[in-house]
Design a protein around this ligand. Sequence first.
Ligand SMILES: [Zn+2]
Length: 209
Amino acid sequence: MEIRAYIDSREVRWLLVSLLVIVLLAAMVNVPFALTKIRSRTAARPPNPRVYDGREAAQRSWPSRTPHDVAWSDPNYRMEWSGFAYREFDVRSPSPEAGVNGYSMTTQLLGWPLPVIELTQMWWDWNNPTLDGPEPDPRPRLVPLGLVANPLLVGVPLWALLFGLPFALVLMRRVVRSRGGRCVWCGFDARDLELCPECGRARSGMLGS
Ligand SMILES: [Zn+2]
């Protein structure tokens, strides 16, 4: 049986517009929400961080791209915090010499369900000329995957719940009406009639035949 016989073209348009609106709303709150999850350096962290050291820390590597042509030595210490829409890493490596900065990187990944903001702050031996280069101060960076995927991962299930599911129930009711020989649009008993005398719409009572 043709499902199209039970759906009005205006309803299809309404479903598509509502999906678009909900995904756009989710897109609008995606980044502002992630920005509210940024923690300042002095703010409290969630209790019980995971801690890795030695080889375990080295295997997990740096949480973001290291900034120099010269590769940073493998980290030997790592702390991880996580919470709703928030993950943070504090990763360190010993200094190659005494008396200078070692390598150090803190990264916050913020957003839900995927990170959409990355905030990385780095420290190294400022006086080492081979480690010249970028600004170490934190600048929030947009994560493209989270930017595109979050509105869909939030918007589509929300739309399904608010619009898709109720409409599926309406469709089921129309199928039941049609099987009972009634007008699918208004439920009037319109057996053997081409136009429903109650609502005046075509195809009434003809479905399933
Ligand atoms: Zn009718």
